[in-house]
Design a protein around this ligand. Structure first.
Ligand code: FE2
Length: 375
């Protein structure tokens, strides 16, 4: 890995890495959690496993918990016009509120990060019920997004305290296994500040970075840095818009989300062809690249196990690295605003993010941006 140009290594080398096991869950604030739950259950094949709302004693919010493989998505809606959830939805539309991290010690994660300068979002809480002990606390990151530290090793419940377990609501899975990475978009000129944030607060380092030349087309550009812990169980790429002939896709996101926030959630599968075939059958919409992409593919990536015609049919992209290759595809935005989308990724030895696909991919995004009158 090349030394980061974004932050001086020497300044921050003494920060110990915060122990984080992996992603715990992603919480979205949505305008209609009941209907969103149906979309994720029947579109993406998640099981509906837990619920909280009026019936469980909540008075102003409702949440549905969906699970597939190790991916947990919580959809939270507001029952009132004047709470933080309603305000988040008014400002941002549907979007990610929480990137929750599974930790060994929530209390220490919270006190350590706050001592290092993080802003507290929810103070440390300990719940003790018939399922055991559940601990959590939250800090702010970019925009109105938060990181919640979840300690659930001593907890046997279905998801969290105050949730009711839901039985017999399987969603017919499509092979989604785990969250691979979660990407944030920040304003122009702010990337280095957020790189520094993850170094200083979490002790993470720059795993990879991409300059405007790596990620540019004729029209738009962005720069990006991937923050990660040492064992890479947490990978958090961050993008900022860069100058191009037209509006950067990151700027379009910021214009509609109104603030920095999560751009996409990448979910790993062991068989992308089966997963994407099934998702397409269920009506999930993906970005498509020009057929010319596949004509040049075998020359670019060499021998791969998959049939290129089948990949072309499904619109799956391939990128080769020295250690192997990866296959990936991106959905169209999953709500009205052109903001959050999903990536499906299968890694076959490659550890990167599909740098060789950036150009084709961004041209596909720009085509959509242009249809929206935002290019
Ligand atoms: Fe990605």
């Amino acid at each position: 890995m090349s030394q980061s140009k974004l932050v001086k290594e020497t300044e921050l080398s003494s920060v110990a890495e915060l122990p984080v096991n992996g992603f715990d869950h992603i919480e979205l604030y949505v305008g209609n959690a009941l209907q969103a739950a149906y979309y994720y259950q029947h579109g993406f094949g998640f099981d509906l496993i837990a619920y909280r709302g009026l019936e469980t004693g909540e008075r102003d919010k409702v949440s549905y918990v969906l699970k597939q493989g190790q991916v947990y998505i919580v959809l939270t809606g507001s029952l009132k016009p004047d709470n933080e959830i309603a305000e988040h939805i008014r400002l941002h539309g549907d979007g990610v509120k929480t990137i929750a991290l599974d930790v060994q010690d929530a209390s220490s994660a919270f006190s350590t990060t706050v001592a290092r300068g993080a802003k507290a979002a929810m103070s440390y809480q300990e719940f003790n019920d018939e399922n055991g002990i559940f601990k959590q606390a939250s800090i702010h990151t970019y925009g109105t997004t938060i990181h919640t530290f979840v300690e659930r090793a001593g907890y046997k419940g279905s998801f969290a305290p105050n949730y009711k377990k839901i039985k017999n609501r399987p969603g017919n899975p499509v092979g989604l296994l785990a969250i691979d990475h979660v990407v944030g978009n920040v304003e122009v000129g702010k990337l280095s500040q957020w790189v520094e944030f993850y170094k200083r607060i979490f002790g993470f380092s720059v795993y990879q970075e991409f300059g405007a030349k790596d990620i540019s087309t004729q029209y738009s550009a962005l720069i990006s840095a991937v923050m990660a812990n040492k064992n890479t169980s947490i990978k958090l790429p961050i993008n900022e818009p860069a100058k191009g002939l037209r509006k950067s896709q990151i700027q379009e996101y910021l214009d509609y989300y109104q603030e920095p926030g999560v751009q996409h959630i990448a979910i790993a599968t062991e068989n992308i062809i089966a997963t994407v075939s099934e998702l397409r059958k269920r009506g999930i919409k993906f970005l498509t690249v020009p057929k010319s992409y596949y004509a040049a593919l075998s020359e670019r990536v060499g021998k791969i196990d998959e049939n290129i015609e089948e990949l072309a049919e499904l619109g799956i992209l391939v990128d080769r690295e020295s250690s192997g290759y990866l296959l990936q595809i991106f959905t169209k935005p999953v709500q009205d605003r052109p903001t959050l989308f999903f990536e499906i990724i299968q890694r076959k030895g490659a550890t990167g993010f599909g740098k060789g696909n950036f150009k084709a991919l961004f041209e596909a995004i720009e085509e959509e941006q242009s249809k929206r009158g935002n290019l």
